[in-house]
Design a protein around this ligand. Sequence first.
Ligand SMILES: [Zn+2]
Ligand SMILES: [Zn+2]
Length: 283
Amino acid sequence: MDAHLGTDLDTVVAQKLDVTVWQVSWRRRRLNIPPALPRSEQLSSIIAKAQPSPLPSKSDATPTERRFLVNQPQFLRAGGSYPDTEDKALTAFLERALAEAHSLDLQPIACPYSHSHHTSLTQKAHARSPRPAFYCGKCDKRFNRLTGTPLARLRHAEMMPAFVRLLSQQLPYEEACRRLGVDYKAIANWTKKFRLWLLQLDPSGRWEAKVLLGIKTRAYIQCPRCGAEGEKQFLGGSDHRGRRLICSACSTTFGVRDAELLTQQRVRLEILYDPGKVDTLTT
Ligand SMILES: [Zn+2]
Ligand SMILES: [Zn+2]
């Protein structure tokens, strides 16, 4: 069984060996075997083949409205798995931005403090300082491409390509922790930093609105049986027929699709919990 450890995600290994995820991760750590990361490109190769930033594709929703999938579960029972709902456009945008931020290009950039272009190169990248440093004559300050961004003190840069692929997915933080083998605090911290960075890169908020990681929603639709309006609770997990809702007024349970058909309405999802929300007033 030890031979399987670290060959795939702990959740997958646990299923294969018919043991708990906890047992797998405990044993793996005990044997000092690093966790398997979701397949993702190396940051260095992303940087190498970076291309100009794309724009988000047009959609019928307002640009800054988050779009949730009603049939996506917000919690999972043990052994379940989430479908892949990655927004490839957001991933590409962030990969491009990461490539620019980590670029080794020696051409001086504008000063992040004064936006002055009277800047010069002071140091090439070397072993102890992995990125070129610049100097602003106006501010008498040194800086690099990460200065002034939320990424300046972000550790584990090598994990960011795998992490950014999770940002657009409607997954709880706990699932992101399991997939990347890091703790809740790290996921919460990275999500906040990337949402803040997305708002810096694109103040219109169009890209930031694509981040769904960690957000939980509640559902509203008219009850197809008693007609009660208002919130309907999600019931357990989902199966191939989609998720089920329960009406608190008449205790009827019904499938999302059936309710939409019967009431001729779409289920409206509102944000119930958003742990990574960026407070633009204080930041
Ligand atoms: Zn300056
Ligand atoms: Zn009802």
